[in-house]
Design a protein around this ligand. Structure first.
Ligand code: ZN
Length: 204
């Protein structure tokens, strides 16, 4: 069924850009807003030696930065790929029907949210590409996502709580959307000078 979905879905694009581009994972680092890639819609990619090596490096960068998620556009690649690790918290339900955390890191290629719950929960989010900034973003609390895992196998997974929020935040990155575009008016005002300072730093 999942195989059917994937074959029937958007074809995996293998553009010359990906083929010719030989990314050196060790040279990747987390970019700070504003950059062009951060506001550009990423393209679907194949799961191959190169893209998996990039994913592994992204997990390393995410851990170093003590983040819970990192999307390819944040390391300068316009690819539909993100990594996440929302660690298990002591307050998590013991045997949840829908998980809100994971035991280990996760890697998702070409992810797509196929179902959103109807509720909208506010929460203060941060972003590794927006240092020191937090802003209130309202999102559905539970989602279903389809993606390819690190072995290239199609998966369909559900998440709730912080993990659902994290996945939505990272998939937004793949569409060139940042929390700056979604946060409340109050958060926008609160962070006005910080946002200006990123822009100044990028110019200087
Ligand atoms: Zn982010």
């Amino acid at each position: 069924m999942l195989d059917e979905w994937y074959q029937g879905g958007t074809p995996i694009i293998s553009l010359p850009y990906d083929v010719n581009m030989s990314v050196d994972p060790s040279k990747l680092s987390i970019d700070i807003y504003p950059t062009k890639v951060l506001v550009t819609k990423g393209r679907e990619i194949e799961v191959n030696e190169e893209t998996v090596a990039v994913a592994i490096r992204m997990v390393e960068l995410m851990r170093e930065a003590e983040g819970i998620g990192l999307a390819a556009p944040q390391v300068g690649l316009s690819w539909r790929l993100f990594v996440a690790h929302v660690p298990v918290h002591e307050d998590d339900p013991a045997d949840p029907e829908i998980p809100c955390s994971s035991m280990d890191y996760q890697v998702f290629f070409n992810p797509k949210i196929t179902e959103f719950s109807k509720d909208m929960e506010p929460y203060d989010e941060g972003c590794l590409s927006l240092p020191d900034l937090t802003g209130e973003v309202r999102r559905p609390s539970t989602v279903t996502m389809r993606a390819l895992d690190i072995d290239g196998n199609p998966v369909e997974l559900q998440a709730t709580g912080l993990m659902a929020r994290c996945w939505q935040h990272e998939i937004d990155h793949l569409d060139g959307i940042m929390i700056l575009d979604k946060m409340s008016q109050m958060s926008r005002l609160k962070n006005r000078s910080l946002i200006k300072s990123y822009k100044r730093a990028a110019k200087g």
